[in-house]
Every structure is written in C-alpha cells, then in structure tokens.
Design a binder for this molecule. Structure first.
Ligand code: KG4
Ligand code: ZN
Length: 346
C-alpha cells in the first residue's frame, strides 16, 4: 500500500494529486496559467516558472487537506522530469526532491507523455495491455504500441507541428484566444460543412507519420482570400467555416492513422490521451469508427486530458511497482526527452 504525491509543472498548469495504490485517486488540485499567458498569445516561459513557484506549495497543502491525510503519510513523490519548459520543470523537481529529502522518502521522475499515455487507466472501464495509444498534445503527436508500463514502441509521429499546435496556430490566425484548440472547436460548431476543404498531408503516405505544418499556411491563405481590404476582419460565418474545415482536416488525419495503426498491429484497443483528446469531434469520429470496425476506444476523463497532477501521481504509483524510487535527491530535468528512452527505467 503506497500513497504517492504527484507534481506536474512542465508547462502552464500546476497540477498536484495524491494517489493511493489501493484506494485510487484521493485528491487533486490544479492551477491553470492560461489567463496569464493569453495576454501574450502563448506561453511565456519565465512567467510560467514564477507562477509555478507561487502555486505549488498552496496546492500541495490543499490536496493533502482534501485527501484527509498528512504529508508524513506520503510514501513517495512523483514529479514531471520532462519533456517541457526547463524553468517550469525545475520548480516541480526541486520542490519534489526537497520535500522528499525532508520526509526521507523516495522520488520518481516521470516522463510527461507517459503520464498522459497511462491516464486512461484511471477511468473505468480501463484498457488492458497491449493497446495502441494516440498521444495528441500541444507538443506531441505520436502513435505508440503499449505492451505494459515502460514498454512503448513508436509506430509513427509528426514530422513537424503537433496536432495541438495546428489547432492553436490556426486558432490564432482566426483571432481566437490562447490556447486555441477548445475555442476553435466551439467556433467550428457553427461552421458549414463542405464550404472549404483543407489539405490532409501524409494521409496516404503509407506509414503512420503525420504532418500538420502545411495546415496553418492553408488557413492563412484562406483567411487572406476572404478578408476584403476595406474591412479588416473575416465575417463570422466564414471564420466558423474555416474553423470547421481545420478541425475536420486534423481530426480526419488522426482518425485515419489511428485505424491504420490498429490494422498494422492487429490490436483492438485504442487509447487516446493528451489535450487534443478532449476534442468532441475526434471522440465522435473515433467512437463511430470503433462501432463500425469493432474495436474499443478509451479516453481519460475530460479533466485528465489536459495537463494534471493525477496522471503523474498515477504513473508514479505504477512505476513504483516496478522499480525503487530514488533516495538520491540531486535532481535534473529533461526538457527534451524521447518517450522510448524510458523503456528500461527512468
Ligand atoms: O496535453 P496538453 O494539456 O499539454 C501539453 O502537454 O501540450 O495539451 C494542450 C493542447 C493545446 O494545443 C490545446 O489547444 C489542445 O491541447 N486542446 C484541444 C482541446 N482541448 C485542448 N484541442 C482541440 N480540441 C479541444 N477541445
Ligand atoms: Zn501534456
């Protein structure tokens, strides 16, 4: 029986959670910096680090209180070691290691994408290993074969922009707030299907790789074509129609490549994780395909699609079953880190 404190601080969300190996998730707390970064149209790394510093300890106190336990009851501390913004990661890592030192308990450095990848296992029903995972976040778009905790094989990935980045950059061109994915998908609901058709690069490439960087150029071209000189903004319907076409193009490619990955591996479970996994159109189309082709698709609860502490505490609990945590409190972070590097151990 283990109680794990999880700390996520890789980007613009401070996430804290307490996960108990037998009782499950006891508490989680989140502070999002979205409103602060929105002013600048994207994440400002230095502001992100400072904000993590302000919120990490109050959130830990809140989570401990919500769980009805004491800090002394915690058996290990899991923190996001990478990938992400180095300053932001260092806040979580330094708090985790100093707290663990004070409590004389081990730490576990977690790969952020492993946290996302395992997060659907927190839901009921949960997928069983092996499965195919579609990882779609602001920085990553990957298809993985997952045979167990720490057994990840890359099947395909984006050669340029991530799906979340494509949503965000297109949203920015349409004058939407940051991060744009969720706003673009809301706007797309009012869009007319079929008015515009945007490119779906690499759809027929024969492999499981993606490319999304051309999409923003196509969106830029469309917005320019439909912005009359004298009147500097797009009309509302055209904006919604472009949003619709953008979402359709991104979702279309993600669904098609996920189906190809299931076919190639012969597996019949698909797990979708990462922020873009919150997209309702993606979920609807994958559910439809699952009914049609007879596979099962699993998502994390909506609140655990985007960055959160629960996935880090949970991944820490699973990792602890396999390996000892570290009592060495020197810490480093890995702003760039390939998920397959952790196959043996973190
Ligand atoms: O996993 P995540 O919270 O952070 C990273 O690890 O990057 O993913 C954030 C990404 C952003 O690009 C955001 O626009 C996108 O997920 N996102 C969405 C939706 N909700 C979040 N994209 C499309 N539709 C959504 N509903
Ligand atoms: Zn993430």
């Amino acid at each position: 029986m283990k109680l794990i404190l999880g700390i996520e601080s890789s980007c613009d969300e401070t996430g804290i959670a307490l996960y108990h190996s037998e009782c499950g998730l006891l508490a989680h707390a989140l502070h999002s910096q979205v409103a602060m970064h929105n002013e600048y149209g994207g994440v400002v790394p230095e502001l992100a680090s400072r904000d993590h510093i302000r919120h990490v300890l109050p959130l830990i106190r809140a989570a401990v209180q919500e769980a009805g336990c004491r800090l002394q009851d915690v058996d290990a501390i899991a923190y996001t070691k990478g990938p992400g913004l180095s300053g932001a990661l260092l806040v979580g890592a330094s708090v985790a290691c100093s707290l663990a030192y004070a409590l004389a308990i081990p730490t576990i450095g977690i790969h952020h994408m492993e946290g996302h990848l395992l997060s659907p296992l927190l839901s009921d029903p949960a997928p069983q290993f092996p499965f195919v995972a579609l990882l779609v976040s602001g920085g990553h778009t990957q298809l993985m074969r997952v045979d167990g905790v720490g057994q990840y094989t890359l099947l395909g990935e984006t050669v340029d922009d991530a799906a979340g980045e494509a949503f965000d950059k297109s949203a920015k061109l349409l004058g939407l707030d940051y991060p744009g994915g969720v706003f673009l998908s809301k706007l797309a609901q009012h869009g007319q299907a079929g008015r515009f058709k945007l490119p779906r690069p690499m759809l027929h490439s024969g492999d499981l790789d993606f490319s999304f960087s051309g999409l923003k150029t196509a969106v830029l071209t469309l917005t320019r074509q439909h912005t009359p000189d004298e009147q500097k903004t797009l009309d509302e319907q055209t904006r919604a129609d472009i949003a619709h076409a953008t979402q359709e193009a991104i979702v279309g490619v993600l669904v098609s490549k996920s189906l190809a990955a299931l076919k190639q591996t012969g597996l019949n479970q698909l797990v979708v994780a990462g922020g873009v996994g919150a997209n309702q159109q993606l979920r609807a189309q994958l559910n439809q395909a699952a009914d049609k082709y007879g596979f099962h698709v699993f998502y994390p609860d909506l609140e655990f699609c985007t960055d959160n502490g629960a996935m880090i505490a949970f991944a820490g609990a699973l990792r602890l079953q396999q390996q000892e945590g570290k009592f060495d409190y020197r810490f480093n972070v890995k702003p760039r880190w390939d998920l397959q590097e952790i196959n043996a151990a973190t």
